[in-house]
Design a protein around this ligand. Sequence first.
Ligand SMILES: NC(=O)c1ccc[n+]([C@@H]2O[C@H](COP(=O)([O-])OP(=O)(O)OC[C@H]3O[C@@H](n4cnc5c(N)ncnc54)[C@H](O)[C@@H]3O)[C@@H](O)[C@H]2O)c1
Length: 363
Amino acid sequence: MTKKRIELKTKTVFVTGSAGFIGSNLVLDLLKTQSPIKIIGIDNMNDYYDVSIKEWRLNQIDKIAAEHTDSTWTFIKGDIADRAVIDDIFAACHPDIVVNLAAQAGVRYSITNPDAYINSNLLGFYNILEACRHSYDSGAKGVEHLVYASSSSVYGSNKKVPYSTEDQVDHPVSLYAATKKSNELMAHAYSKLYNIPSTGLRFFTVYGPAGRPDMAYFGFTNRLVKGQTIQIFNYGNCRRDFTYVDDIVEGVKRVMAGAPERKNGEDGLPVPPYAVYNIGNQNPENLLDFVTILQEELIRAKVLPLDYDFEAHRELVPMQPGDVPVTYADCEPLLRDYGFQPGTDLRTGLRQFAEWYKEFYQV
Ligand SMILES: NC(=O)c1ccc[n+]([C@@H]2O[C@H](COP(=O)([O-])OP(=O)(O)OC[C@H]3O[C@@H](n4cnc5c(N)ncnc54)[C@H](O)[C@@H]3O)[C@@H](O)[C@H]2O)c1
């Protein structure tokens, strides 16, 4: 699909979930590389995980924003499920590009807390789509590109690897995955009906400094530090396409700058300017190897003592409901259309995480 090139500098960008792991890293990068730029961020600062990490990330953004006085950074504490909040932001700021990263994430939590997923991921995303739709009212230029987070979890327990965006993904195995697939369907309908250029990104297990404490590598670290045992699911036979956060940010930024082109079909009606891409490392790693490198890097960063007895602190356990045995991204379309593929190796990425952990928790 042909893309319309968008120069990010001087644009107004609305990032939802901007105190989140990926959102905060995106805002930081945009300020550093695309100034002058106007960025509005929203986050409801919910306590699904330690809010002090979200505050730390916002602090980092404030520091970088202060160094780029030609740009503006505005943070709004608010909920994307609140229609009036979203409409007010669009009315006041007229964003050129919208990046929707706010969501209730996590596969396991969706088993016990389904409401959070319906509110943030379905109602919240609907509000974003409606605001994009009405951004064109009265002939206004409106939103040039809506980029939103989907997830590798939409592939459910598909057997064929690598996962391709051409594959059928109609059998989600968690409510989280079902909401992400729904986002893609809703975006398609809105692209077709209202000609909104939209791109969905299926992220594959993102990790890095100031990441999410609910994710395995972070939880493992917390337990190892306390001398507790870690549980390695599916007896270690899980393979994950672990993707370093800087690679995700680079991918999102490139995608933001290339929107699916608007054009009409033979019937004179818009062909939906719609696309979905995988962003993953294309190199699934065995969970046990991942944990071994993590442990080595935690020792190197002095988070764990040199003589740490790793064997004594791990337990191999069966698969958990909603989990999938392998995630493996086919990222050829991303390379073809945006000239980029994630490539950071695990040791480099986990070293950054271990060093951040040491400093943040003053271990
Ligand atoms: N990290 C990953 O491995 C991964 C993988 C696949 C998809 N994703 C998706 O990428 C996006 C970003 O993920 P992340 O890892 O940065 O997660 P995150 O939880 O760190 O970030 C999401 C942010 O959104 C905020 N938020 C949640 N609901 C909100 C609402 N209703 N209104 C306003 N703010 C709200 C949260 O407070 C949080 O700060 C999410 O959509 C997630 O589903 C992440």
